[in-house]
Design a protein around this ligand. Sequence first.
Ligand code: FCB
Length: 435
Amino acid sequence: MKNTGSDRFLWGVGTSAFQIEGQIDNDITQWERQGRFRRGVFDPTVGDATDHWRRWEGDFKLLKRLGVNSYRFSIEWARLEPEPGRFDETAFDQYSRMIDRLLEYDITPMLTLHHFTHPTWFHGSCPWHKPESIDAFRRFVANVSARLLDRVPLVVTINEPLVWLLAGYADAKFPPGLKDLNLLMQALYNMLEAHREAYDVIKASHPSTRIGIAHNFIVFKRARLNHFIDRHLKPLIHRFYNMMIPEAFEQDRLQYTFPLVLSFDRAIKLRDKIDFWGINFYYRLHVRFRFNLERPFEMLFIPRSGEGTSDLGWEIYPKGLRKVCKWLKFTGKPLYVTENGIAAEDDSLRVDFIKKHLAMLAKAVDDGYPVHGYYHWSFLDNYEWLEGTRARFGLYHTDYSNDCARSLKPSGSLYREYIKERLSSGQNPSQFTKS
Ligand code: FCB
């Protein structure tokens, strides 16, 4: 029986396959072998990530102990389709057992299909800026849908399309390592088409599955309050980064113009091809204009909120969580906070972070924003894309020098207690902070 999770607020934690599983051969490890990936600058020993592929059963017991009623995780495309059209049934079996175990534990799975990584053959034969990418993704999703999605009520097709595209097509930090904004827009267009095709493929067999995109949101602020160009810059960046994709779903049009730099406008049929928006929210950024056509602005972390910063310098800005809900109101869609967390060696920062963000979540719910779940990033310390293992986002500590042993942090206990209280005292998350 499918546990839809639709009748209860979902309290969860999130991970992605490559960041925790280990033993994966994908586009990133391929790049790394070629000496092109920066992974390893900080930590050369991260090959097995957290070894979750081997220890998933123990890890799921830890999830249960944490008391979450939902878990967001991703499946590794490279593992499942190591060659175009050849699917690895053993890997599918393991993911299938994982889903069954979650359901046994009464933990609603939210499955992400694409979380930054690709099979090694992908960029060479069908990179996202080519239409063949849409066919490749559809084939993958059709196979996943047939084997796994009968038991998965919530699916995220693509995690943070723009974050990945900026890394792969603007900054050349991720494969395919390009710096071309026109190609980026073309690739985004294809990703959104691929999302639509995935939506239709899944719905054809599983009409009650709810399908969304996890979109990264940043609150932008001008760096110089009385600077004329900074003032005009901010809305341009906000529209590109935060609103362009959600608006494309309402307007059936992917459109963006940045004077002298970028212009894209094309029809795309997306209306009603999304059931919820996933909000990934971490920080606020300040934008400052500069006289440079190639990069006419810079982004800065300026800790003006008084809430402090993470180990990565990210400005903590709890108010942003509610702001993002407001930005998405025009979509009329249900919302899930699919990621929210902090890199902090000092766990007391995370304790503070969680308290403040959950208070803000409660406010958003009280204000009537349709938030249906919250997933803290992350379940356990893991491999962070460009930072390696030094960025600790986990509610569980991972001891990399001791066989990746896990132990609950005080922030984890706090989250567990909050969830417990909340689940035993009714369904309104605002009771959370009022108690
Ligand atoms: C998000 C990613 C996630 C994790 C967090 C810290 O952008 O989706 O995988 O790395 O940042």
